[in-house]
Design a protein around this ligand. Structure first.
Ligand SMILES: [Mn+2]
Length: 323
């Protein structure tokens, strides 16, 4: 894609917080056209996925983002929540069972979306069909975008199963819904990040209080030697992660500093936004936990990342939240 002369605003996970998104777009100088679609004369947005679940303005997020993409004012990649929604709302062609089981946990996680887009309704099908048009990654001249993890080997493995526009084929949704398949593992890595098992006897609580024995790793980190160095867990849980040296085989090739800059969302960071290393930035700062929505302003000609280019907006409470 020849886009060296374009300026981009890359925006992290929104999770149903449309009022906050609208505040951010306004702060960034975006205006509405006659149809109400946000645009900027000199810039385009790159959305990093996870538009839905958690917040109470799911439709307003979709009705803000989708027309921007349709009108060429934005690009968007798929998040794990869109992938999960597609599987929740799609039945297996042979068994007729949903690709993602409608059990209590999964329905509960998807509750905010279902409140606005009930199962089987026409508008729901339309939104799910739009999710299917989202590519799994975006590679522009200057930078890359993917929801959770840019992992070269996994991308190479999955490329033959992608459509020419990097969207997932219908077949891939089916295969990637079967645990233990190679496709399942690949989607887990790209959309949810790389996880490792902690040594026997160790566990921690995630941000929702669930006890876990596997941890997301800092795949971008160079020189990590121990489980504690390499684990991406809430700060108050770090003491539960052992300072034990990782087995040799666990250490995955990191995202080397000579690679093109990459933007991800997904990791529920808090505090002051900053790059993770010279060429990796995460833009998820937990708006879904009433924290911040974060953007990175990439200007034409940029070749590296700078902490001065982050823009943040505090979560805007909406009337539904106050009920
Ligand atoms: Mn995510």
């Amino acid at each position: 894609m020849n886009n060296t002369n374009e300026n981009y605003d890359i925006i992290g996970d929104i999770h149903g917080h449309a009022s906050t998104l609208i505040q951010l777009l306004t702060d960034l100088g975006y205006e509405r056209d006659e149809q109400g679609v946000f645009f900027h004369q000199e810039r385009k947005v790159v959305f990093l996925g996870d538009f839905i679940d958690r917040g109470t303005e799911e439709a307003l997020v979709i009705n803000t983002v989708k027309p921007m993409v349709d009108n060429g004012h934005a690009f968007a990649v798929m998040g794990n929540h869109e992938f999960n929604a597609i599987c929740y709302h799609t039945n297996h062609p042979e068994t007729g069972e949903p690709l993602r089981e409608h059990n209590y946990d999964r329905t509960n996680e998807h509750e905010a979306f279902l409140a606005e887009y009930p199962l089987g309704e026409e508008t729901t099908t339309e939104v799910i069909n739009w999710f299917k048009t989202l590519p799994i990654y975006l590679e522009l001249d200057g930078f890359r975008a993917i929801h959770a993890c840019w992992h070269e080997d996994t991308l190479e493995e999955i490329k033959p199963h992608l459509n020419p526009d990097n969207t997932l084929s219908n077949d891939l949704f089916i295969k990637a819904s079967e645990k233990d398949s190679a496709e399942y593992d690949a989607i887990e890595i790209l959309l949810k990040g790389i996880e490792i098992s902690l040594p026997d006897g160790f566990q921690f609580s995630d941000k929702r209080g669930k006890v876990r024995t596997r941890t997301r790793i800092k795949w971008w980190k160079e020189g990590a030697k121990t489980y504690r160095d390499y684990s991406q867990v809430p700060k108050n849980q770090l003491h539960n992660i052992p300072d034990i040296v990782l087995p040799e085989a666990t250490i995955d090739p990191e995202y080397v500093a000579t690679n093109k800059p990459v933007f991800v969302g997904h990791y529920w960071f808090t505090g002051e936004p900053e790059k993770l290393k010279s060429n990796v930035a995460c833009l998820d700062y937990s708006v879904a936990n009433k924290e911040k929505l974060v953007c990175y302003r990439w200007n034409a000609g940029d070749t590296s990342l700078s902490n001065s280019q982050f823009v943040q907006v505090d979560c805007v409470e909406n009337s539904n939240d106050l009920q």
